[in-house]
Design a protein around this ligand. Structure first.
Ligand SMILES: [Zn+2]
Length: 114
């Protein structure tokens, strides 16, 4: 973040959840890795965790904010299982299929710009 960026309100759990979704998807081929399933799992996990808002002035990079990693892991694992059992698309026939061509992985942040 540049020096001139205005401080923003951010949810510390947001970055943690996205990080953990990608971590689990890279470690297991059990889950669909398409863009939609990533977003669905991220949204579900974020809805089960309390928000942890803070003001990001661009100077600190405090990874200690937000829920503990064990809570993040539990929320993400449960979300991935739910999405896996009822994806918003037809199931791919081939194992390891990455799903429809995905746009860059972008999730609309919550609790910013206010
Ligand atoms: Zn999918």
């Amino acid at each position: 973040m540049s020096f001139f960026t205005r401080p923003r309100i951010r949810n510390a759990n947001y970055d943690k959840v996205l990080y953990y979704v990608d971590k689990m998807l890279s470690e297991s081929d059990r889950y669909c890795r398409c863009h939609r399933c990533r977003l669905d799992a991220s949204a579900l996990a974020l809805n089960t965790l309390p928000p942890h808002y803070y003001v990001d002035s661009g100077r600190e990079d405090d990874k200690s904010l937000g829920s503990s990693w064990i809570l993040i892991e539990i929320a993400v694992r449960e979300a991935l299982e739910r999405v896996n059992s009822a994806p918003h698309h037809e199931r791919p026939d081939i194992a390891g299929h990455d799903g429809p061509e995905a746009p860059p992985y972008v999730v609309v942040d919550t609790g910013t710009e206010g």
